[in-house]
Design a binder for this molecule. Structure first.
Ligand SMILES: Nc1ncnc2c1ncn2[C@@H]1O[C@H](COP(=O)(O)OP(=O)(O)OP(=O)(O)O)[C@@H](O)[C@H]1O
Ligand SMILES: [Mg+2]
Length: 516
């Protein structure tokens, strides 16, 4: 009856009058904004999934790729109220059919989805300044919690994937936690506290002008739980892991690019740092680098490096021809200007031979914590018993026997685990056998040291002895030896001076000496 223009004008007028007298204003958050996905839409959806979980009348359930958790969401055209700092807001999930004739460069979903947020006009400012930020932050947190952690690797030798990413990822499902990690409970607690302080330390790092990152150096014999510790750290903090294979990285700039593509809240791991990097003189590209180029750090070269590897030396040079990673490149990677693109990152280096590392890597502030992973101690053994047998109330006599010999036997937690796994169905037998093995080992060690005192001719007693002898020899030969001690000294001093309450664990220094 009415001409369309008149109808349109009437609706417009009505809306205007309605809005003038209404005490609410409305915000539309559509799923697709032009051609881009609207991040805020996803954030709101996730946020509501946590608060809506029980209050809503009708909920939709989703499970994301790689996730083990189910999230709740608002169903189509359903409404839910939320409150924030005294303001009440109303969310409506609006779903309409999309007209099919619209042209688009990329296929759009058939439904047009969006959230409409209704707020009182007087709360508008609060909502725009704080509430939406709060929603976005909460969503990020939920996303992290729901998503299984990822383990990234750069093992493709520098090639990029279809999205231009140098890292490849798989879901990270390592079951190691600090509960199952066998080590001295006090040291374990200290590490957990340190990690917790780090994760909560945004304000501290801001205030002190430090990049929000932390370095851990885990060292000790094979099978003492260095890799397990890294997994436990990731599970404890809920961080992703970037396992950096240095032999696959060819230049310093490649290394920098890899770093730039890591996300915050992650652990960047370089395992066996002493073997995986060919630390070379900056001006002398070494042909042996690359996939097969695993070589031990040459002490001569490292001495040469030491002169030029002070804090200021790592200023981004790509080693002459630019085809090899240098120590300075690595140092830049860990604590140059580039290390702070992104934040909240932990660097973990592991090594079986700390004495082979260049002092520049060990200097204070670079690797904040030096953690010695030692042979199995009695408290650590108790944790292993609990892990593998389900309890640690073992026959008192056997337990005392074990306590007596365990330090002398110098068995790694991996070796102890092996014995326990083999007999895990029969706990009593497992510990009896463990005691036997420990005694045999302790005796062997005793005999060995007696032989050693007897002179060089009588030294070679089995593989073990040889290996230990080898290690010892290397430790003696290594010019970095004083470097380590000096470093730890300066670490402690640095801790007093500028790292308020973040000082090293003193006992590690002692352990370190013991370890050699
Ligand atoms: N401290 C420990 N607590 C619990 N389990 C341990 C511990 N140390 C070793 N293990 C067991 O031994 C196995 C090997 O340990 P892991 O890989 O962590 O050793 P590692 O120190 O990284 O050795 P490597 O130096 O050879 O890399 C693990 O699968 C784990 O089950
Ligand atoms: Mg390991």
């Amino acid at each position: 009856v009415f001409p369309p223009e008149l109808r349109f004008a009437a609706v417009k007028l009505f809306n205007k009058v309605f809005h003038r007298f209404s005490s609410y204003c409305y915000f539309d958050i559509t799923e697709i904004d032009g051609v881009n996905t609207n991040e805020l839409y996803n954030a709101v959806q996730l946020y509501l999934s946590s608060s809506a979980s029980l209050a809503g009348s009708r909920l939709s359930l989703t499970r994301a790729l790689n996730s083990s958790a189910i999230t709740f969401g608002l169903s189509n055209n359903d409404v839910i109220a939320d409150s924030f700092n005294g303001a009440t807001v109303l969310w409506e999930h609006v779903v309409t059919q999309r007209q099919s004739q619209t042209f688009s460069w990329r296929p759009l979903p058939e439904e047009k989805r969006g959230f409409t947020l209704r707020v009182r006009k007087r709360d508008k400012h609060l909502v725009l300044t704080s509430y939406l930020d709060f929603v976005t932050e909460r969503a990020a947190e939920i996303r992290r919690r729901n998503q299984d952690r990822l383990l990234y690797t750069n093992s493709r030798g520098g090639s990029l994937d279809s999205r231009g990413h140098p890292w490849e990822s798989v879901p990270f499902k390592h079951p190691s936690t600090f509960d199952t990690l066998a080590m001295d409970p006090d040291r374990k607690r200290a590490i957990m506290d340190d990690l917790r302080d780090f994760a909560d330390g945004q304000g501290f790092y801001q205030k002190t002008g430090r990049a929000w990152k932390r370095g851990y150096l885990l060292y000790g014999p094979p099978g003492t739980g260095k890799s397990s510790m890294i997994a436990a750290m990731a599970n404890f903090l809920g961080y992703d892991i970037y396992d950096l294979e240095l032999t696959e990285v060819h230049t310093n700039s490649e290394l920098r690019k890899l770093l730039m593509k890591t996300s915050s809240k992650s652990i960047i791991v370089i395992e066996d740092i002493d073997c995986s990097i060919n630390l070379t003189n900056r001006k002398k590209p070494v042909s042996g680098s690359g996939a097969g180029g695993r070589s031990y750090l040459d002490p001569g070269v490292s001495t040469e490096m030491r002169g030029g590897s002070g804090p200021g030396s790592g200023s981004g040079e790509d080693g002459g021809g630019g085809n090899t990673i240098t120590l300075s490149g690595l140092l830049n990677f860990t604590d140059g200007l580039w290390s702070c693109c992104g934040s909240e990152r932990i660097f973990v280096f592991t090594t079986n031979h700390i004495e082979k590392l260049d002092p520049a890597l060990l200097r204070s502030g670079r690797m904040d914590m030096h953690v010695f992973m030692s042979y199995c101690t009695f408290p650590a053994l108790k944790i292993l018993l609990k892990n593998y047998l389900g309890h640690d109330d073992v026959d008192g006599v056997v337990l005392r026997g074990i306590e007596e010999v365990i330090e002398k036997a110098r068995m790694t937690p991996a070796d102890v685990s092996e014995v326990l796994i083999k007999n895990r169905r029969d706990g009593a037998k497992a510990v009896r056998e463990l005691l036997e093995v420990l005694r045999a080992r302790a005796e062997a060690k005793n005999a060995e040291s007696a032989n050693r005192k007897g002179g060089p001719g009588s030294r070679k007693s089995g593989e073990e002895g040889e290996e230990e002898e080898e290690q010892e020899k290397r430790a003696l030969e290594s010019p970095n030896n004083e470097g380590v001690d000096f470093d730890q000294e300066s670490c402690k001093k640095g801790g007093d001076k500028d790292r308020n309450g973040e000082e090293e664990e003193e006992e590690e220094g002692d352990d370190d000496v013991k370890g050699k």
